[in-house]
Design a protein around this ligand. Structure first.
Ligand code: G6P
Length: 614
């Protein structure tokens, strides 16, 4: 939530900052702004709305300078307007700040600063921090980095900040706590700072991920120095980025979401590549190998996540319980963290998160860790906060996901959970050798089957045209297709703003059936498997009330075809793997409906991809 980017070097900062903001726009798009140092002045331009508005606003202004900070906002404190947009100036306009996070004690600090004569120009929590820095600099006579450090000692909350001062144009000061920040070390004695590595990748692959309560001081003469909040100098740990630039571009697709949906054959393949072999009969997740024994002894696994990742956990619950015979509880991270949860010795807590930065998931993990649990992570973003605080974990290797609505990350998360469940089931002996090998072979076949499902795109586009004006929709599924129904409904809500609900098919008669009339589309997963006949009965119940049935069925199905208004066929697979296929028609459906309704598919209103506030 909120994207920050900063540059210090010899190049023109503005184009670098704007490109960086465009890359980070998935983190929020309520407003955008930039502050640039030039000729002894800090020039500040900010505008409500997307980065494009800022570019339009700044087009005839002085945007030169080789030191700058820029921000794209997801509003928390204060309306999304020009005034509340970042950067924010200190009282005498000599210091500018950008901030991602929330200063929780801003109220108290604001009152004190007001008493000392500071006038606030915005309703944000951030402005408090920049006044405080100026105040400390004045009263203590210290340099910028020291004033930032002292100010941070007085705040509680979450922050990733970058601060510049016109009195020290060779320096950029940054710090983080609970919100991400990466420092890129350029090839020409220049430095790039950003919320994630995407704005940095084309300039350098050498990065340092800041840790919590670390301050980075970047200086043109002294280079990068890192300090703790207690002022101890630390040695920067320089890592090499493996991200490819093409992964950050639309590659000929109209939207990132469509590209990411179509990437799934590859992303699922990348996810299991080198981790399984159906011929030799093994599966191995290197990241969690040292915890396998603990897994086999575990009485309980708790999975914590938010949004789409929470749905992946629900699929994981079926996998672990059925294959590895371990009791699983799936928790919304935001609920878990405030419930004084019972964690017993040997419990394993797994966090699933695309970004690896979701504030509630991170806090839930910290809580579980403090109670003695083994904490593992399944993340997509390499080097993310969750991946760094966990004891161990597995990356999903889906590649950068830019569309705010998650698609390929979901199928990659389900793939990792499948691999994990299979490897533990094998170790525990709760799966037969033949079932194990069949499942491995089925998993290897999934990418090709996903490609088959993607061929239904034109049919799905036609179906979408029929239901694009619906005001409500129901999604039904049983077993591990129930989370698919939840995910289908979430996708439709997120990007087309149609109210939709996912339900276990049999639960429909305990309420939602009252909503069914001849205008209500009901999307059902009715694939082959133990509950097929039961789902058929649920379809009959909808038909009897004249609801419209759009069913995802197994190739060759005839029974549901006769009852449904439309069917979308997917190839047959093992019932545990159905979510990997059945979810794709629903992704495409939401995409087409959103496009037909004129919605902004990649950046739906009010949402952000990386939710770093609770
Ligand atoms: C936001 C995003 C969702 C995502 C959720 C959890 O709400 O819009 O797409 O599923 O956060 O994010 P995470 O990065 O933890 O998977």
């Amino acid at each position: 939530m909120c994207g920050i980017v900063a540059y210090l070097g010899k190049k023109e900062a503005y184009p670098i900052l704007i490109k960086g903001l465009e890359r980070l726009e998935y983190r929020g798009y309520d407003s955008a702004g930039v502050a640039l140092f030039n000729n002894g002045n800090l020039n500040l331009y900010k505008k409500q709305g997307k980065v494009a508005n800022l570019v339009e606003f700044a087009k005839d202004k002085d945007t030169s300078g080789s030191l700058g900070i820029a921000h794209t906002r997801w509003a928390t404190h204060g309306e999304p307007n020009d005034r509340n947009a970042h950067p924010h100036f200190s009282g005498n306009e000599s210091i500018a700040i950008i901030h991602n996070g929330i200063i929780e004690n801003y109220d108290v600090l604001k009152e004190e600063l007001k008493k000392r004569g500071y006038v606030f120009k915005s309703d944000t929590d951030t402005e408090v921090l920049v006044h405080l820095i100026e105040d400390i600099q004045k009263s203590e006579g210290v340099k910028l980095s020291e004033a930032v450090r002292m100010a941070l000692m007085n705040v509680t909350g979450a922050y990733a900040i970058c601060v510049i001062s016109k009195d020290d144009p060779n320096t950029l000061v940054a710090a983080r706590k609970s919100s991400p920040l990466v420092v890129g070390i350029g090839r020409e004695n220049d430095f790039y700072l950003a919320s994630d590595a995407t704005p940095i990748i084309e300039y350098t692959n050498k990065v340092v991920y800041l840790d919590d309560e670390e301050i980075a001081v970047v200086n043109l003469e002294k280079g990068l120095k890192i300090y703790s909040l207690q002022d101890e100098e630390k040695t920067p740990y320089v890592q090499e980025l493996e991200m490819q630039l093409e992964a950050l571009e639309k590659g000929g697709y109209e939207h990132f979401m469509l590209k990411e949906i179509h990437e799934q054959p590859r992303s699922i393949n990348d996810c299991f590549r080198g981790r399984l072999n159906s011929v030799e009969g093994w599966v191995e997740l290197g990241g969690i190998k040292e915890f396998e024994k603990k897994f086999t002894k575990a009485k309980r696994i708790v999975m914590v996540a938010c949004g789409t990742s929470w749905h992946a956990c629900l699929v994981g619950e079926y996998l672990f319980e059925d294959l590895a015979r371990i009791n699983v509880e799936v928790e919304y991270a935001s609920e878990f963290r405030y419930r004084n949860p019972i964690i017993e010795e040997g419990d394993i807590v797994i966090a699933v998160s695309q970004s690896g930065e979701t504030a509630d998931t991170l806090a839930a993990l910290e809580l579980a860790k403090s109670k003695g649990a083994i904490i593992l992570g399944i993340c997509n973003v390499v080097g993310s906060s969750i991946s760094r605080i966990t004891h161990a974990g597995s990356y999903t290797h889906a590649g950068p996901e830019i569309g705010v609505a998650s698609t390929k990350a979901f199928t990659a998360q389900v793939t990792v959970l499948t691999l994990m469940a299979l490897s533990i089931a094998k170790k525990k002996g709760t799966i037969s050798e033949s079932k194990f090998r069949t499942m491995l072979a089925e998993l290897e076949a999934i990418p090709a089957k996903v490609s088959e499902v993607l061929k239904t795109n034109d049919l799905i586009e036609k179906i979408s045209a029929q239901y694009k004006d619906a005001s409500n929709a129901l999604y039904l599924g049983r077993g591990s297709s129930f989370p698919v129904a939840l995910e289908g409904a979430l996708k439709l809500k997120e990007i087309s703003y149609i109210h939709a609900e996912g339900y276990p098919a049999a639960e429909m008669k305990h309420g939602p059936i009252a909503l069914i009339d001849d205008e209500m589309p009901v999307f059902v997963v009715a694939t082959e498997g133990p509950s097929y006949e039961k789902v058929v009965s649920n379809i009959q119940e909808v038909k009897a009330r004249k609801g419209k049935i759009i069913a995802v069925v197994t190739e060759g199905d005839t029974q549901v075809r006769e009852m449904a208004d439309s069917v979308i066929e997917i190839p047959a697979t093992d019932e545990h793997l159905v979510p990997l296929l059945a979810t794709i028609p629903f992704q495409l459906l939401s995409y087409h409906i959103a496009v037909m309704r004129g919605c902004n598919v990649d950046q739906p209103r009010n949402l952000a991809k990386s939710v770093t506030v609770e």
